[in-house]
Design a protein. Structure first.
Length: 94
């Protein structure tokens, strides 16, 4: 699939405070490590399940096949124009 990540999630599904409470960590020495582990766990789960766990912005880029099809078919031409007037890209938040 031709998806390119444009903007990652603003918030993780699990906050640093929730993770620290679950891990029974009181200090701030391990905050960077715990935050990195939260992000890594989310990315692994998204890769494994094929689903997004947080709001993200992707760009879908179609190849030459779609562009050739769009020029020969009225319906595809309308869809192409609806997605983007100059290029065959579609952006959405997932």
């Amino acid at each position: 699939m031709n998806l390119i990540l444009i903007e990652g999630p603003e918030l993780e599904p699990v906050s640093l405070e929730e993770a620290k409470l679950h891990l029974r960590v009181d200090g701030t020495e391990e905050d960077a490590l715990i935050s990195a582990l939260i992000s890594t766990a989310r990315e692994f789960c998204e890769s494994f399940t094929g689903r997004s766990l947080a709001l993200q912005t992707f760009e879908y880029i179609s190849g030459p096949f779609f562009q050739a099809l769009a020029s020969s078919s009225c319906l595809c031409r309308r869809l192409s124009n609806w997605f983007s007037s100059s290029t065959s890209t579609l952006m959405w938040r997932r």
